[in-house]
Design a protein around this ligand. Sequence first.
Ligand SMILES: *Cc1c(COP(=O)(O)O)cnc(C)c1O
Length: 415
Amino acid sequence: MEQHTFRPESLMMSYGYKPELSEGAVKCPIFQTSTFVFKNAEAGKRFFEVAYGLSAANPGEEQGLIYSRLNNPDLEILENRLTLWDGAEACAVFSSGMSAISTVLLEFLQPGQFVLFSAPVYGGTDHFIKHVLPKWGIEHASFDANSSEEEIHQIIKNKGVDKLGLVYVESPANPTNALIDMEMCARIARSYHSDEKPVYLAVDNTYMGPLWSHPLKHGADIVMYSATKYIGGHSDVIAGAVLGNSRIMQRIKTMRTFMGNMMSPNTGWLLMRSLETLKPRMELQAQNAMKVVEYLNEHPKVEKVYYLGLIPEGTAEYQIYRNQYLSPGAMVSFDIVGGEKEAFTFLNNLKLIKLAVSLGSTESLAEHPATMTHADVSPEDKQKLGISEKLIRLSVGVEYYEDLIFDIGRALEQV
Ligand SMILES: *Cc1c(COP(=O)(O)O)cnc(C)c1O
């Protein structure tokens, strides 16, 4: 027989699930249980030894089920399926994207250290870095899409090279779609890394993953998701995930056990259902986004469109785009001619597209970053990062593209 490797989309309906363990059910049931019965006391003892790292698992030995804060079949099967998209060794799923991100930050940073992060990052992450971590004696420094490698090294030197604890990147930046070079960030992290004091690169891949970007292949050590977005894809769950190698994920899973911020079995089950259609959903969303951009780009009431597919060839940014991303994605931002008044008139006149934050779902959503998702960003940073009053962010869904364009056109007419 010739060797054949199945693609993730072919495995999303079955991978990691054994029907014979569940009365032959073709689909994984919801294991709505807090605890699991041990066959005998010896088995219980062994499960705890392995779970608490008191003894290494033997080759081929599977971690036994103990208690749903530590492990649960819906979570484990979902985690195994998620590893396929990113080519990761292991995964841990969380109750939200923020619990995934905050657990990574708390596990890999210590008092006296600082986190170096790319600006802008998601508002919740920004708040956690600037207002929560300082309570634990953890500082921060940032760079942006325009910073050169030398400038970033200088930022680190200014804070103290020995104090660098973690490099944290979000790309494309929300809401401007500015790109950060992950391979450059990996080089930077490596140059301060040692076995005694690891400096890992963690990437929030919510915007482009897990289909269109695979940060582990570009030198990242840790990938994080708000699974609320594309992975969930139906605006009906809040969830998060982290992926990386087994050693790193063992640390993250241990932290999750004691923070108690794992996903619920019901959410795990819903996400397995979502993963079955991840690829067709995201591909249709990207195709629709392209059509919407073609329309917006020609419209006299639109000043500028921010979309990866419009990055001019031959630029440094285009190089990063081609290297890191397999698609221009389905997130589109644009400056409307005018300011807040014109932006609000447009948003208030959309009918099919809903006025709401969040992204990556089957329905198209529109919002005003300056006064909504990024209301917390200082006026200087807003100016520097291009989050102006005329900026509108669209998350393009799976509707018929001509209906989306009709809705946008009608709303623009009212402006
Ligand atoms: C939504 C989002 C988060 C936070 O995720 P929750 O699931 O809402 O906790 C983090 N990062 C990015 C890029 C996001 O879009």
